[in-house]
Design a binder for this molecule. Structure first.
Ligand SMILES: *[C@@H]1O[C@H](CO)[C@@H](O)[C@H](O)[C@H]1NC(C)=O
Ligand SMILES: *[C@@H]1O[C@H](CO)[C@@H](O)[C@H](O)[C@H]1NC(C)=O
Ligand SMILES: *[C@@H]1O[C@H](CO)[C@@H](O)[C@H](O)[C@H]1NC(C)=O
Length: 201
């Protein structure tokens, strides 16, 4: 009785199971593909909501010489918000520059850091303009703003970042953050009005 059973079983697996197996493999492949597609689109869409703003700014030791050379120290507090609940961020390099009209006044870097998910970090950066030659209408316009008491600056941030989801880490990408206008009062008597930034990734 046992003999015909053991003989018929291999026949059954050969005739029926390959089809079922192919169907199962196809379904599994589809599930994996859909999963990858969802993961990729989620990663691409989600991190776009990183938010930045300039929370505080001040100018020290401002001096514009007769030869139109600028000396000044700019201090900014940049608020970086990662609202994502699963994505954390490696900031591998961060370069901040301050511009007036189309001229860069000073540039500095911020220490690389890791931002966990659902995190707000305040980055303090000081930028020193040392004998920076100003061109065109820039010196004249800066003098006018100096005597009015406040100046409209632009803050640029260029960072190389990586996203981290669980143990997975993305490739490097460059994020450009543009904060304009940042209105800074020379005397700093009035409280600073937060300037929101545009993000380009
Ligand atoms: C500004 O710089 C010039 C040239 O270096 C100097 O003569 C002048 O005293 C400085 N002014 C202030 C207020 O520091
Ligand atoms: C954000 O992350 C930094 C660095 O890990 C941490 O020091 C800080 O407390 C975090 N802030 C919030 C609001 O979670
Ligand atoms: C900047 O400070 C000066 C005082 O030196 C004040 O008169 C002026 O209203 C302030 N400007 C702004 C926009 O807060």
């Amino acid at each position: 009785m046992a003999q015909p059973l053991t003989q018929s079983q291999p026949h059954a697996t050969k005739s029926k199971f390959p089809i079922l197996r192919y169907i199962a493999i196809i379904i599994l492949a589809l599930i994996i593909l859909v999963g990858i597609a969802v993961l990729i689109s989620w990663l691409v869409l989600k991190p776009k909501h990183l938010q930045y703003s300039v929370e505080d700014a001040s100018i020290h030791n401002f001096n514009l010489t007769d030869a139109n050379h600028l000396n000044a120290k700019f201090d900014f507090t940049i608020r970086a918000k990662n609202p994502n609940s699963k994505v954390s961020i490696y900031y591998d390099s961060i370069e901040v520059s301050v511009r007036y009209e189309d001229q860069t006044l000073a540039t500095n870097t911020i220490q690389p850091y890791f931002q966990p998910h659902k995190n707000v970090t305040r980055l303090h950066v000081g930028l020193t303009a040392q004998t920076v030659a100003l061109y065109g209408s820039v010196p004249k316009d800066i003098k006018i703003e100096r005597s009015s008491g406040d100046i409209q600056l632009d803050v640029f941030v260029r960072a190389r970042i990586r996203f981290k989801v669980g143990v997975w880490k993305s490739k490097h990408r460059v994020i450009k953050i543009f904060c304009s206008p940042v209105l800074v009062n020379f005397s700093k008597v009035k409280s600073f009005e937060r300037a929101y930034c545009d993000v380009d990734m």
